[in-house]
Design a protein around this ligand. Structure first.
Ligand code: NQM
Length: 355
């Protein structure tokens, strides 16, 4: 990292990863000390400020994200990926969650930066998600040794098409952290699931909503927001996450019957804004949860005969592929999904001189 980051800037690539957008760095280019690093990320993104006008953040949690990537020292792992969620209007940076959307850009970014090499037409990389300890495998097309961003894959929430990136995750942990298919939390019947992202499944009808409302309408419903947050704080303790008041997990899902031929309709508080589509690992968690008999949402979902689980969201459908295994009452899953990613800008980013 240059000694004077304000004058010289920091090497940074802006990428769209799935339906999110973030700043990608190699670990050697940012400070090791988490407090110094987090302060730098706030100054780069322009937080705290609802408009992030003095930084490169996009004024929404989905566009205020950071990926820090390095070669892994672990055997059989190519890359380590640390995700940071930079709050928009609070001076907060959190490493308490990962992001499956930015995960899509990690392989192409690492190839661009020379952290990995690729011959042939496809690169397959094993990525350790430092925030959770999970390991993902990402495969993407290569042309002339560099990522090929062009392609025919479309994902709902992103205009046009791009190169497909296949992500697979083998979950080793039990899906149900409380050991129950449903719990009563803060007086509400919910299911807690973690298949890469801790989520709380709730029946939208129990909260007096239809479940197909637009994100802005749900965000504008202060009584609903307060009730969802009340349940979230109690669920955080049950997840073993402690006091989650300042954390971005668990994510809160209001589920209702499908409208467009999918398995179920989803609306997600992440946790204060409502997701404009759905996160990758959130989708893996919801898809796994609604397949477990007795879980909240299982009764609302249309029967799924194979592993493909199309989840309806505000901008279309996300198909998560999950395979469940039950052993002595303990459920685990493997999951896969298709994403796309694209390099948007490469250069040096200049942080605000002062916090
Ligand atoms: O769940 C949103 C996103 C995410 C996370 C969030 C994600 C995932 O859509 O895997 O990708 O962090 O709230 O980028």
């Amino acid at each position: 990292m240059p000694a004077d980051v304000v004058r010289e800037g920091v090497r940074c690539m802006l990428m769209r990863g799935g339906t999110s957008k973030g700043a990608y760095f190699i670990a050697d280019d940012v400070p090791d000390d988490p407090a110094v690093r987090d302060d730098l990320m706030l100054r780069i993104m322009g937080s705290p400020d609802p408009a992030q006008i003095d930084g490169i953040g996009g004024a929404h949690p989905l566009t205020s994200k950071v990926a820090i990537v390095s070669r892994s020292a672990e055997p059989d792992i190519d890359l380590d990926y640390l995700f940071l969620q930079v709050a928009v209007d609070e001076p907060q940076v959190s490493d308490r969650q990962t992001c499956g959307n930015l995960l899509a850009g990690v392989g192409p970014f690492a190839l661009e930066r020379g952290l990995i090499a690729a011959q042939g037409e496809t690169a397959t990389v094993r990525i350790r998600l430092l925030n959770t300890g999970d390991v993902a495998t990402a495969s993407f097309a290569v042309s002339g040794g560099m990522p090929d961003y062009d392609g025919d894959a479309h994902i709902d929430g992103v205009p046009g098409t791009a190169c497909p990136i296949d992500l697979a995750l083998t979950g080793s942990r039990p899906l149900l952290p409380t050991g129950h298919v449903a719990d009563t939390v803060a007086g509400r019947r919910v299911t807690l699931v973690d298949n890469g992202m801790p989520v709380v499944l709730m029946d939208a009808a129990d909260f007096g909503i239809d479940g197909s409302e637009a994100p802005a309408r749900l965000e504008g419903d202060t009584a609903l927001r307060a009730e969802v947050e009340r349940v979230r704080l109690a669920a955080g303790e049950l997840f073993g996450l402690g006091d989650v008041a300042e954390q971005t997990v668990p994510k809160m899902f209001l589920l209702s019957p499908p409208r467009e031929g999918g398995a179920v309709t989803t609306r997600a508080f992440i946790p204060h804004r409502v997701h404009t589509s759905i996160g990758v690992l959130m989708a893996a968690s919801v898809a796994a949860g609604i397949r477990i008999p007795g879980a909240v949402g299982a009764d609302l979902a249309q029967i799924m005969h194979d592993s493909d689980t199309p989840l309806e969201h505000p901008r279309g459908t996300f198909t998560a592929r999950v395979e469940l295994h039950e052993d002595d009452g303990v459920w685990r899953a493997t999951s896969a999904s298709l994403r796309t990613a694209r390099k948007l800008f490469d250069g040096r980013v200049f942080p605000r001189p002062r916090s």
